[in-house]
Write a protein of this length. Structure first.
Length: 556
């Protein structure tokens, strides 16, 4: 059959999958030898000794979390082990006021918003989040600037504490994990820096997470952003068990901030736990609160969204604020919800007697940024990637909920845009659930599937071919036409495909499996196949690790 008739049949026959044979020498990720993008910054050599120390410990980010590890059960992580480790370091967690954040999504953004608010008021803030994008230093920010801890500070503190860490590791017979030791170092740095507040993101769940060692007397407030199905096996297998696990961060007599919205029976679980702990509840989703997205504009080459945030909370605490025309750099209705949640937490702190003006809350919200969350690259960064003139969006979405939030954000900010997606994911995610919202995004031209290291290792990486199979299955279920090929095939046949599509007035989504480098090159070509006046966006998503790879290409 002639090539032109092949493409014509693909377009006119729904759901027909034609597999174009792959070249025998097809390669993945990069056409040049791979390097660890997450350490692409120049501090990699400075941190060599420190990273070698951590890499000898168990790393569940690389290997995956065991079944039941995040539950408050016999299978759960051993918090007593974490407490013994902190005792060797002088119990640093008792030397600052903490805000503890758990939730399925939105933890990092909420932490960024709240930390920025506190810094705008003039407080010294420690913020601990995970994972990182380019360097492990990003997990710890210190002081009034919001910048990652310097390599010099981190190494210096590591050398001061190494003897105590060695003792703890030996006594625990090798059971201490990478996350536990790094969390302890972060807490120790916060204590040494004498921060006013430490904003701490839970790593997994809440009840048995290594961060859940903050006593009620040292906790200012806890926050639960939302509840979804991520890490089901590690957190008990049901949405209800996940809610129970995350409610483990609630402490006696300390306020609980709820982000939401939650399913009614899930919110009941959280409120019942708070009631049993005599903890007042403040909800960003209460009916008296109004968070309104009013529009979008561009400033300094980047988009921002204009919002109103009105909070009137009367159930357990009397809190009130009105903020109009807030310019958020983090985009999407989900980020507006995270901003409202952080504002609720700020009001709780003000209710406790901490100085926090409305002006500081506004300034903090407007200054907050976070790598890999609705992050648009500047025109200069796009040029550095070899994509001059392209609009490039980086978003670490990796669940069906975050995929839907990403779609909603794109439809709101760029409703007429044509899309090319570049997707890489870990093997423990719901690939089908992630694909469905994105396939319904509209104006989707092509999806590139590639592979990146997960936490510096390939063991948790989903192969591009398996990932593509999931999208093909989702496409069939949704009645969406597609064309399956790889980058080498596209390079030789792509023009004919588009010419055939234009003649028939119909088009299939192009599914392409290949390297990240090729995805950057051909994605830009696809977006320029039609009118130069039509807006097009290249979206890199599926994992924060693909964000790391893209930013690493700029850094390197």
């Amino acid at each position: 059959m002639k090539i032109s008739s092949v493409f014509r049949s693909l377009i006119t026959l729904p759901l027909q999958r034609t597999k174009i044979p792959k070249f025998a020498n097809s390669r993945t990720l990069l056409d040049s030898p791979r390097r660890p993008f997450s350490t692409a910054l120049s501090d990699s050599s400075e941190l060599k000794e420190f990273m070698e120390y951590l890499n000898k410990l168990k790393n569940y980010e690389k290997s995956g979390v065991p079944i039941g590890a995040g539950t408050d059960s016999g299978d759960g992580f051993d918090l007593d082990r974490m407490r013994r480790l902190l005792q060797h370091l002088g119990n640093p967690q008792s030397k600052f006021k903490a805000v503890h954040i758990a939730g399925t999504k939105g933890k990092g953004s909420t932490a960024a918003f709240l930390s920025s608010i506190l810094r705008a008021e003039g407080y010294s803030v420690g913020c601990y989040t995970s994972p990182h994008i380019r360097t492990i230093r990003e997990r710890i920010t210190l002081g009034r600037t919001g910048k990652p801890v310097s390599a010099k500070e981190l190494i210096s503190h590591f050398q001061k504490t190494k003897e105590n860490l060695d003792t703890a590791v030996e006594l625990e017979k090798g059971q201490l994990s990478h996350f536990e030791v790094f969390t302890a170092i972060a807490f120790s740095l916060f204590a040494e820096e004498k921060v006013h507040f430490a904003v701490i993101e839970a790593g997994l769940g809440g009840a048995r997470d290594a961060t859940n060692v903050i006593s009620s007397s040292d906790l200012a407030t806890s926050i639960i952003t939302n509840i979804g199905e991520e890490h089901l096996s590690a957190l008990g297998g049901t949405l209800e068990n996940i809610a129970v696990a995350k409610s483990g961060i609630i402490k006696y007599g300390r306020p609980l901030v709820l982000g939401g919205p939650f399913l009614p029976h899930i919110e009941t679980i959280l409120r019942d736990k708070a009631l049993s702990m005599c903890s007042p509840v403040v909800s960003a989703s209460d009916s008296g609160n109004k968070s309104v997205l009013r529009g979008f504009s561009r400033a300094c080459d980047l988009p921002h969204q204009l919002c109103d945030i009105q909070l009137l909370i009367e159930r357990d605490l009397s809190l009130f604020i009105e903020l109009f025309d807030v310019k958020l750099r983090l985009l999407g209705s989900h980020q507006l919800q995270n901003a409202a949640t952080a504002t609720c937490a700020a009001l709780c702190l003000r209710h406790q007697g901490w100085s926090l003006s409305d002006e500081s809350i506004r300034a903090g919200l407007e200054c907050a940024v976070l790598l890999g969350r609705s992050q648009f690259l500047t025109s200069k960064e796009a040029e550095m990637l070899g994509l001059p003139g392209a609009t490039i969006l980086l978003d670490g979405a990796h669940t069906k909920e975050s995929a839907q939030a990403l779609v909603n954000m794109i439809k709101t900010t760029f409703p007429e845009s044509r899309l090319v997606l570049v997707v890489a994911m870990a093997n423990d995610k719901d690939h089908l659930g992630f694909a469905r919202p994105l396939l319904s995004a509209g104006c989707l031209e092509a999806v590139y599937f590639t592979e990146v290291d997960i936490a510096g290792d390939r063991s948790r990486t989903t192969s591009a071919s398996l990932l593509k199979d999931s999208w093909i299955q989702a496409s069939k279920e949704m009645g969406i036409n597609f064309l399956d090929c790889n980058t080498e095939d596209y390079e030789s046949l792509g023009d004919q495909y588009f010419k055939s599509a234009q003649k028939t007035g119909s088009q299939s989504i192009l599914f392409v499996e290949g390297s990240l480098k090729a995805a950057m090159r051909f994605g830009n070509e696809i977006l320029h196949k039609k009118s130069e006046n039509q807006c097009g966006i290249a979206v890199f998503t599926g994992s924060l690790h693909i964000v790391s790879a893209v930013l690493g290409s700029i850094d390197g």
